[in-house]
Design a protein. Structure first.
Length: 136
């Protein structure tokens, strides 16, 4: 099914490239050779897909795999390049959240300091200590 869809697309794309050559006027004048090349190659690829669907399926699998690998590598490179910008954006976001975090429970830090014992019994940062209730 995918091979037939690709073959249909390639033929239609080739025909549209040739149609753009005919109706493009002045806009297509400097690119006539490219339009002819694109049209002929597109139609030939579509005919090839219809005549040899098995080979076309294999070639499509390799093309999709190559596209996925190249896209993945480019995304990794973009992530490395953008890392510095994202780090600055993340720090700016944290600075914007700082007042909200401080106003969330201003008594927490005092309770935390009061409940610590000499033996070093302290809650981890950000933990909330519950009141102990004696039973009985």
């Amino acid at each position: 099914m995918l091979v037939w869809l690709y073959g249909f697309y390639a033929v239609v794309d080739g025909l549209l490239a040739l149609a753009a050559l005919l109706v493009g006027g002045r806009q297509a004048s400097g690119r006539r050779g490219w339009f002819i090349f694109e049209g002929v190659v597109g139609i030939a690829a579509g005919v090839f897909a219809f005549l040899w669907p098995g080979i076309t399926a294999l070639v499509l699998v390799y093309l999709i795999a190559a596209w996925a690998v190249v896209t993945g590598l480019l995304e990794v490179v973009a992530a490395i390049i953008l890392r510095r910008e994202l780090l600055v954006g993340g720090l700016a976001f944290e600075l914007l959240l700082l007042p909200w975090r401080l106003l969330q429970d201003p008594v927490r830090s005092e309770r935390h300091a009061d409940t610590a014992t000499a033996a070093g019994d302290q809650d981890p940062p950000g933990a909330c200590r519950c009141a102990r209730v004696a039973v009985g």
